[in-house]
Design a binder for this molecule. Structure first.
Ligand SMILES: [Zn+2]
Length: 295
């Protein structure tokens, strides 16, 4: 239970899926299946965990200035009643909430200077916001009302390094020989089947300072593409919804356990065709357990 005793949460959703044949479609190609990501996250957090969506006016296809008005020409401020996301996040009253969840689904990559960058819609040149900007938007400084409250950021985006060959960005997996308990008579481990597991590249490619009370969930590990099915959507959201769907109503839900089970289920998947792998990961500086209940 979070500080203040409230199990309720505020939610902010941002799905950049693209507009087929729109003015943005050259720089931001339509992401088939990605609409499902927000549906899945909405099912989990709004419908099953009782969070309240705060950006009800707009949840899809953000240009960069719709994320932050400082990207307007001349940094023109927001007009009343139509805030950018950063202003909405800043001006929200969090007194009734114990948690915040932010979900973004878009294209992305890792920049050697700016870290993880998340693509916005644009008509002329490609435009991005950084993960650091998102963290800053929910910081104690920008949102004093969030101090001591848990902030969950779910980042559905690729994290490849464009300087690497594509082969490296796609996880071909690694065959792991499954070993069971030692044989009773010989003391030797019994050899079992081999299993194709995701492989992770150790990296400080996109380090970020995670503030206290933040949990950042990445749909993939550093250096890698995140996988999406054109019908069922991105693997992480799809598997998260299945885990939460199956969770009993009357039991406390330790959210980090849910994430572990979700990551395990994603790691078992393989792209077809291609046999490519994907595994989500998370980093945090939590000071409280995250315990939800289904409503
Ligand atoms: Zn604004």
């Amino acid at each position: 239970m979070a500080i203040g005793g409230s199990n309720k949460g505020a939610a902010f959703f941002m799905l950049n899926v693209g507009v087929p044949d729109g003015t943005s479609s050259i720089k931001f190609p339509y992401r088939h299946g990605a609409k499902k990501d927000q549906n899945n996250i909405s099912s989990v957090f709004i419908h099953q965990l009782g969070f309240e969506l705060k950006n009800t006016q707009k949840t899809e296809n953000f240009y960069r200035n719709e994320w932050d008005h400082r990207y307007n020409q001349g940094k023109r401020a927001c007009v009343r009643g139509s805030p950018c996301m950063v202003c909405l996040i800043k001006n929200t009253d969090y007194s009734n909430y114990g948690y915040v969840v932010f979900h973004v689904s878009s294209d992305g990559y890792c920049d050697l200077n700016d870290g993880l960058k998340i693509q916005c819609l644009s008509d002329s040149v490609e435009e991005y916001i950084t993960l650091k900007e998102i963290v800053d938007a929910f910081s104690d400084e920008n949102c004093p009302g969030l101090k001591d409250k848990t902030r969950i950021l779910i980042i559905q985006a690729c994290r490849y390094n464009p300087r690497n060959p594509t082969d490296l960005s796609d996880d071909a997996g690694v065959n792991v020989e499954m070993v069971s308990t030692p044989d009773f008579f010989t003391g030797q481990p019994e050899k079992g089947i081999t299993q194709n597991n995701p492989s992770r590249i150790p990296s400080d490619l996109d380090p970020i300072d995670i503030p206290t009370n933040f949990l950042i969930i990445y749909s993939t590990t550093s250096h890698r593409f995140a996988k999406r099915n054109t019908v069922t959507g991105s693997w992480f959201e799809d598997e998260l919804k299945k885990v939460v769907d199956a969770f009993p109503v009357d039991r406390p839900m330790y959210f980090l356990q849910v994430l572990t089970e979700t990551a395990s289920n994603v790691a078992k998947r393989e792209s077809d065709p291609g046999g490519k792998k994907n595994v989500p990961c998370y980093e945090h500086r939590l000071t409280n357990s995250i315990i939800f209940r289904k409503c």
